[in-house]
Design a protein around this ligand. Structure first.
Ligand code: HEM
Length: 260
């Protein structure tokens, strides 16, 4: 089981998960080192909400003519719409799980986490596979089936970790999981960036910009998750380092004589 500890100088309460600022500041072993600083979490949430709204908007009216993708027919469109809506749920709920105040309220953290995985990641990954295969582009087929499988794998490893009480491993797997979710945003930032670079350097002629953008989409789809996973790994290792650096200090505090 995860071990609940109390920040120094705080008052204990019977329900540490319900405490608010000013009272006990509970930390669960392994949760006391943040992967992301609060300002970055809010920025990520803002980007997720805005990007999610832009991505989902063309599909809200269920009008196949508004689809940004060329779809083969009803099935392809149905799967795509299911993917877009459920992936949107994961994109927006994910950042909330990094907010310290929500993580401290464990019931909320659990509820949001279950919705993120069961109504977001699971159906979005399962629909992403046929949608990728129907794309007819080999880079999209291989390059997006891999993160879809990774989405399911990291999610189930995160659940298994928390079931055995390993909060640190849970947080690390969820960080990787959300890095995969965020591929949708990163990929859509990368494509125009690569296109602008191509135009600025003369590699892409203005007349060929449209064709270049189309061929850059699969490249962005692959680079999106590769970059996100690399960033997640850097953040995870940084949190591990700061955890091991703070361990001697905590141990020393533990050895300090009790105050009268
Ligand atoms: C691991 C994560 C994800 C995977 C593997 C994935 C996979 C896919 C695949 C295979 C396609 C079809 C691409 C094509 O035919 O070119 C697609 C399209 C799409 N996905 Fe995802 N996706 C993921 C995350 C997300 C997220 C988080 C969103 C957020 C809403 C999202 C929104 C969309 C949209 C809107 C489309 C349709 C294309 C467009 O209108 O721009 N996806 N996705």
């Amino acid at each position: 089981m995860a071990q609940v500890t109390y920040a120094r100088g705080s008052r204990r309460t019977a329900h540490p998960e319900r405490t608010t600022t000013g009272l006990a500041r509970p930390t669960i072993a392994g949760m006391d080192t943040e992967v992301l600083r609060p300002r970055r979490i809010w920025l990520m949430l803002l980007v997720a909400v805005v990007a999610g709204a832009i991505m989902v908007a063309p599909y809200v009216l269920l009008d196949i003519r508004s689809s940004r993708l060329d779809v083969d027919g009803g099935w392809h469109y149905g799967l795509l719409v299911a993917h877009v809506f459920t992936a949107g749920v994961a994109l927006v709920l994910g950042p909330l799980q990094f907010v310290p105040a929500i993580r401290a309220r464990r019931r909320w953290h659990r509820r949001i986490g279950r919705t993120y995985l069961l109504a977001g990641v699971l159906p979005a990954a399962l629909t992403a596979v046929p949608v990728a295969l129907l794309s007819g582009r080999i880079i999209t087929q291989v390059g997006l089936v891999i993160p879809a499988a990774g989405w399911l794998m990291t999610g189930s490893l995160a659940v298994r970790a928390i079931r055995r009480g390993d909060v640190t491993a849970h947080r690390e797997w969820m960080t990787r999981n959300y890095a995969l979710t965020f591929l949708a945003v990163t990929a859509r930032i990368l494509v125009p960036l690569m296109l602008l670079t191509g135009l600025a350097t003369g590699v892409v002629a203005p007349a060929g910009a449209q064709a270049a953008a189309t061929s850059l989409i699969p490249v962005g789809q692959v680079l999106g998750w590769v970059i996100d996973l690399a960033v997640a790994e850097v953040l995870i290792r940084r949190a591990r380092r700061s955890r091991s650096a703070s361990r001697p200090a905590r141990a020393a505090r533990g050895r300090a004589p009790a105050r009268p």
